[in-house]
Design a protein around this ligand. Structure first.
Ligand code: PLP
Length: 436
């Protein structure tokens, strides 16, 4: 094995630190191996860094690149549309085409608005929920990431598993300094996948509760699917108590199928937010919902705005992405590759004597080192051996395979069986070493 060199990236990082805080433009980019790296280009399933290293990429840029890097049809659509203009401070036909497409394929998308990223789409949905219900607080779940804005920065980190507090009243550890005093008071927090606990909590607090927000699959920690009946149970509770059910489909959207997790599981939320894969890496997100909820925006009771919303290139990218997904239906193949990777990793772990829990759903795969046979919530995920995971991920990286540091692997429409087998070969090499 040739050891990868990262010296050019290291030099760029030193230079970057003089102008960018910590040398990066997003917190998560700090956690590359062995430090923040600098890239030159991406093509298909591969990405290349300034040291000339080539990686088989399973990060898909944290999810957006469902068609891989630089899909020619997306690039051509962006180019052609950019020639017409970039942003009009007014409407254009293509965004209506896009909205009509989403309305046709996403069950809850009766009305929608577009914005730029997942974080702001989440906040819009919460604002709508407050306006319609006249209630203030929302319930969310430990380990679910809903963006980096103030009121959702709790319950996604913990100094230790023990510090999580009792299940009925978890500690709300802040993820960052600088939060306003009131941010914590906006939400209730509970462990995920425990319907009885949610029922008890809702019965007690429904008069204050405007919304329940959930990732339909806990993709951000352990990639844990909902227990049988959990999403249906949330649906029933929200309907009974006049609470908005919001699905955060920023990861599951266009990944579990064109209709997202709501179509996959057959549970229709009141509102949902989509981002990442909708635009193949161009900044676009959508808040969609049932008419009765989204009308809060139509009637101007709720303001939603944004200078940069629905620029020509981003809408063109989204239209092209969805057209390709519709035409080529890569989902059966992506799901099969996900299963091939999961089964392969399980077999290798067994043969090499590692306690590796391989989970996930469809084209999202998660690897965590633990003796647990199953993880159902964030508290289980906090028991995973992060030191060993770091060694595993770093050694894969040093062999030209890039996965997200917390053990998450995304499969795109352009990955192949051969590439999955290549990844499995590298995983075997790493797990066979004596010192892991
Ligand atoms: N919701 C989920 C489930 C996410 O995974 C993310 C980002 O990773 C967000 C919201 C925030 O999206 P963005 O980073 O586009 O603001």
């Amino acid at each position: 094995m040739t050891k990868f060199s990262y010296s050019s990236s290291a030099a760029w990082l030193e230079r970057a630190k003089k102008v960018l805080a910590a040398g990066v433009s997003s917190e998560f980019r700090k956690y590359n191996h062995p430090h923040a790296l600098f890239y030159t280009h991406g093509k298909g399933s591969k990405i290349y860094d300034v040291d000339g290293n080539e990686y088989l990429d399973f990060t898909l840029s944290q999810g957006p690149l469902i068609l891989g890097h630089s899909h020619p049809e997306v690039l051509e659509a962006v180019h052609q549309e950019s020639l017409q203009g970039q942003l009009y401070a007014g409407q254009h036909a293509k965004e209506i085409e896009l909205a009509e497409k989403l309305q046709a394929i996403i069950p809850a998308a009766e009305l929608m608005r577009f914005c730029l990223d997942g974080s702001e789409a989440v906040q819009t949905a919460l604002r709508v929920a407050r306006a319609k219900t006249g209630k203030q607080k929302f319930l969310r779940f430990e380990g679910h990431y809903h963006g980096w804005l103030d009121n959702v920065c709790f319950g996604i980190s913990s100094p230790s598993p023990e510090a999580m507090g009792p299940r009925e009243s978890p500690q709300m550890h802040p993820w960052t300094q600088g939060l306003p005093d009131g941010a914590k008071e906006e939400s209730f927090l509970l462990p995920w996948n425990d319907l009885d606990l949610v029922k008890q909590h809702v019965a007690k607090h429904h008069q204050e509760m405007a919304a329940i927000i959930t990732e339909p699959v806990m993709c951000n920690n352990g990639c844990i699917p909902p227990k049988e009946g959990f999403l249906q149970g949330l649906r029933a509770l929200c309907s009974d108590y006049g609470i908005a059910l919001i699905f955060d489909e920023v990861i599951t959207g266009f990944r579990l199928g064109l209709g997202g997790a709501q179509a996959f599981f057959g549970v229709k939320p009141d509102m949902a937010v989509f981002a990442k894969a909708i635009g193949s890496g161009y900044p676009i997100s959508a808040i969609v919902g049932k008419k009765e909820w989204m009308e809060e925006i139509s009637t101007a009771r709720v303001i939603h705005a944004g200078t940069m919303n629905t620029g020509n290139p981003t809408v063109a990218a989204a239209l092209a992405t969805i057209s390709i997904l519709e035409r080529e239906n890569p989902y059966p193949a992506m799901f099969a590759l996900g299963e091939r990777l999961r089964q392969g990793l399980r077999k290798i772990a067994k043969e090499t004597g590692h306690q590796l829990l391989v989970s996930g759903i469809g084209p999202v795969v998660h690897t965590g080192f633990t003796s647990q046979e199953k993880a159902v919530d964030f508290r289980d995920v906090l028991q995973f051996d992060t030191t060993k995971l770091k060694t595993f991920v770093s050694r894969l990286h040093d062999r030209g395979l890039r996965v997200i540091g917390r053990g998450l692997w995304y499969i795109s429409a352009v990955h192949t069986e051969e590439e999955i087998d290549q990844a499995l070969g590298l995983a075997r090499e790493v797990l066979t070493a004596q010192d892991i």
